[in-house]
Design a protein around this ligand. Structure first.
Ligand code: UN1
Length: 508
């Protein structure tokens, strides 16, 4: 029989397909019960989720608030141990996590494996950050006779609002960083992906993080997100999702009663790749295919607009169109699948309308037909369209759609200007063998992550801290050296260490 079907992992995953998963608010919920349907086949129910209502969210914030100080006082070492134990449990339960990423979020099997890897990386890196920064005070220089110490503490209860496109990795990152810093966390997963989030939170509890300290609040953006962000006992919000939602959260935070609090947001992008005539065509082809089409283009890092220098454009585009023909679209549970479904009907319809519009304008360069097996799912043909300029795109199109713009030799400055003019600043790819070109792009492109002669997705925790600027987010970079400290408040103690303890003269 088929060697892929006989593979032990594939067998395990097939067994897990029978499992009925559930998610519910920590401590119980009184909102509605919803069916979680597979994006690959909407006749398949992956599980059920009970949503939280306003009263549930209020109760969670209050119990979390009451438990937070003890969690903070536990110290960085003990908290790091809890996060490391969670990472161990994620590894032990990896088949279940893979299965949920595939079935609930429509991730390809390879993406699901990478997703669990990234979640574990976040847990272990933020554990190491807790040990590094939350164990002993930082001694600061000062005049003789004074001892100055800076300590980091948790701020209180953080709301962690996460997206469906990395329902485990980003979810875990947004929850574990504030935990590492000594905060309690109310975690709101995306409405589409509560099940894998629920398993993640259960494993955190099993690892010894108290139930009051990290709580799951599944539900809608308006009820759960709205109640959480307006709550006077929330001490901070961390969010990954659309720029539009980030603006809404900002408005809620501005109007709410209570302290002024930090908002850490990682949002959209209008990510470009610039290809010049010194680039290696095979490499460009490989990197464009993965940057634009892996994860069905549903990464905020994904390539949206390919800028090709005009004198190499025809041959380059022909190679890319040829390589697109090798993409397998279909069941994300099949190891051979490169491109799975998009997340839901809303996403599919919005993308389809965009493609129909470009097609009507005669811009189609290449598209991949959908096999019959995709009939019950939310599928979009992976496709490539030529547009006249970047300004033609009014917003981010979050799916397997690549736009192409030709640029004229000698006009690199205009390309960078156009990219900066979008206001987004997340990822940028550059394919060039010319050092001065790279230096020019580094100095002038306002982006968070520049990838040279490689693909522009798959930032690795700690090695490639991820995040942008402008419309793409507030920073600091997830998985970077400044991230965890942003969830903390700084307290400085100044001690007079002279023999007299400062009392020799009462007026000194
Ligand atoms: C996102 O899609 O929100 O670099 C971020 C990457 C991932 C991050 C994507 N590590 O593709």
């Amino acid at each position: 029989s088929d060697p892929l079907v006989r593979d032990p992992l594939m067998k395990q995953l097939a067994k897990l397909e029978a499992k009925a998963w559930t998610a519910a608010p920590t401590g119980g919920g009184s909102g509605k019960e919803v069916s979680v349907l597979s994006p690959f086949d909407t006749n398949v129910e992956v599980g059920k989720a009970i949503w939280a209502n306003e009263a549930d969210v209020d109760r969670m914030v209050r119990t979390a608030h009451a438990a937070q100080v003890a969690w903070d006082q536990l110290g960085g070492l003990a908290r790091a141990d809890c996060l490391d134990r969670t990472a161990d449990l994620f590894e032990q339960h990896r088949e279940e996590l893979f299965s949920l990423c595939i079935r609930e979020a429509g991730k390809s099997t390879i993406d699901a494996v990478l997703e669990v890897r990234e979640a574990v990386d976040f847990l272990r890196f933020y554990a190491s950050e807790a040990r590094r920064q939350f164990t002993s005070p930082l001694q600061l220089p000062g005049p003789t006779g004074e001892q100055n110490e800076l300590r980091l503490h948790g701020r209180g209860v953080f709301a962690a609002i996460s997206p469906w496109n990395f329902p485990l990795a980003i979810f875990t990152g947004l929850v574990s960083a504030p935990l590492a810093a000594g905060n309690a966390v109310i975690a709101k997963p995306a409405g589409q992906t509560p099940l894998v989030a629920s398993l993640a939170i259960k494993l955190m509890h099993q690892a010894g993080i108290p139930k009051e300290v990290v709580q799951l609040a599944p539900g809608s953006g308006s009820v759960v997100g709205g109640t959480l962000t307006a709550h006077p006992l929330i001490a901070g919000v961390v969010f990954t999702g659309s720029t539009e939602t980030a603006r809404m959260i900002n408005r809620t935070l501005a109007d709410r009663d209570g302290p002024i609090i930090p908002f850490i947001a990682e949002t959209g992008g209008q990510n470009a790749m610039i290809v010049d005539s010194s680039a290696l065509p095979e490499q460009v082809t490989r990197d464009v295919i993965s940057s634009a089409f892996q994860s069905a283009g549903q990464r905020c890092s994904a390539l949206r607009v390919l800028f090709v220098q005009d004198d190499v454009a025809d041959s380059m585009l022909e190679m890319i169109a040829g390589a697109m023909k090798a993409l397998t679209v279909g069941d994300p549970a099949d190891l051979r699948t490169d491109v799975g479904p998009v997340i839901d009907e809303g996403a599919r319809a919005a993308l389809q309308a965009h493609l129909d519009d470009l097609k009507a304008k005669g811009r189609l360069l290449a598209e991949i037909e959908l096999p019959a097996s995709t009939g019950n799912g939310h599928f979009i043909k992976p496709s490539m369209y030529e547009i006249s300029s970047l300004a033609e795109l009014d917003r981010e199109h979050f799916g397997p759609v690549l736009h192409v713009v030709r640029w004229k030799s000698g006009k690199l400055d205009k390309v960078i200007e156009a990219i900066n003019a979008t206001g987004y600043g997340l990822t940028l790819g550059l394919q060039s063998r010319i050092d001065t070109t790279r230096q020019y792009v580094e100095a002038n492109a306002r982006v968070g992550n520049l990838y040279v002669n490689r693909n522009q997705i798959g930032a690795v925790v700690e090695s490639q801290p991820f995040g942008g600027e402008g419309l793409s987010g507030t920073g600091p970079k997830a998985g970077g050296p400044h991230y965890v400290a942003r969830f903390a408040t700084e307290r400085v103690t100044c001690i007079d260490t002279t023999a007299a303890g400062g009392n020799a003269s009462l007026m000194a």
